[in-house]
Design a protein around this ligand. Structure first.
Ligand SMILES: Nc1nc2c(ncn2[C@@H]2O[C@H](COP(=O)(O)OP(=O)(O)OP(=O)(O)O)[C@@H](O)[C@H]2O)c(=O)[nH]1
Ligand SMILES: [Mg+2]
Length: 262
């Protein structure tokens, strides 16, 4: 059995947005706490009985903090709420992970160490799928990845959708506070693209992902039609801005190429 890290990090925290994830959220939080201190959960208007239990867990664990949004606002909005509070308390980086048991808590330390070594970068998880991954989801994300790479002129985004990532808090807050989008399922890809545009370089690290069946406690709020429409609209918006930013992006891209050769 692992011992919980006793010394809390003052720069990096784990941030877990949670919306009606069922009992998987307890497992996720326990596993994250076994690897990191502090861990914060943002309850996004959950109505599944998890808020009370999470609060009880936090009452006996100084390394766990529970923030509550009374109404459901969406994943991006829940993350932003956590980031704003974390920034106020002096944290500089947040590792975001989902609450539904899909993301690998055992990769937390490696991701945090990579971020500590390159604090100006964002550390992006690149999903390693197993047999549980639906083929449609694996193929579908290639489309989003292609668009994200075009929008950044291939600045190095390994995966645009995977939510297991370490973000520098300050630039992400600025990006999100400057516009009304990125509050729901459009959060992860738009964050990667817009941070690239702001000069935050992506560092890619592999991280396994699991797709759990309902009988294994798996819960998904992904809605093919609604969320794919949201993603399409997001890439349309980003493409318009991309065209406007093209001269500056080409200049940066040339800089990267010549910088790498020098
Ligand atoms: N979908 C959704 N997720 C939310 C919301 N608020 C917080 N979350 C959390 O955001 C994370 C991702 O949501 P999921 O519905 O699992 O989305 P996903 O992992 O991309 O999709 P699946 O692979 O089908 O599970 C989970 O930790 C959710 O609990 C919300 O309003 N909608
Ligand atoms: Mg999920």
């Amino acid at each position: 059995m692992r011992t919980q890290p006793t010394l809390p990090s003052t720069s990096h925290l784990v941030l877990i947005p949670s919306y009606n994830s069922g009992t998987k959220v307890y497992e996720t939080v326990t596993q994250a706490r076994a690897r990191w201190n502090p861990v914060w959960v943002v309850i996004d208007g959950s109505t599944d009985g998890t808020p009370a239990v999470l609060q009880e867990m936090a009452n006996v664990d100084a390394g766990l903090r529970v923030l509550v949004l009374p109404q459901n606002q969406g994943k991006g909005a829940a993350v932003l709420h956590g980031l704003e509070q974390a920034k106020q308390q002096g944290y500089t980086h947040a590792l975001c992970m989902d609450s539904d048991g899909q993301h690998p808590a055992e990769r937390i330390e490696a991701f945090m160490q990579r971020s500590q070594a390159s604090p100006t970068a964002m550390v992006l998880g690149v999903p390693v799928f197993d047999a549980s991954a639906p083929a449609l989801r694996v193929k579908g994300r290639k489309i989003s990845n292609w668009w994200a790479n075009l929008e950044t002129l291939w600045a190095g985004i390994g995966d645009s959708l995977y939510g297991f990532r370490v973000y520098p808090i300050e630039p992400l807050c600025r990006v999100m506070q400057g516009q009304r989008w990125m509050r729901r399922f459009d959060f992860d890809p738009e964050a990667a693209v817009r941070l690239c545009w702001r000069g935050v370089s992506p560092v890619n690290l592999p991280a396994p992902v699991k797709y759990l069946q309902a009988h294994q406690g798996g819960v998904s709020h992904f809605n093919y039609r609604r969320d794919n429409l949201l993603l399409t609209w997001m890439h349309l918006r980003l493409m318009v801005e991309f065209v406007l930013r093209l001269p500056a992006l080409m200049f940066k891209s040339l800089g990267r190429r010549f910088g790498a050769k020098a």
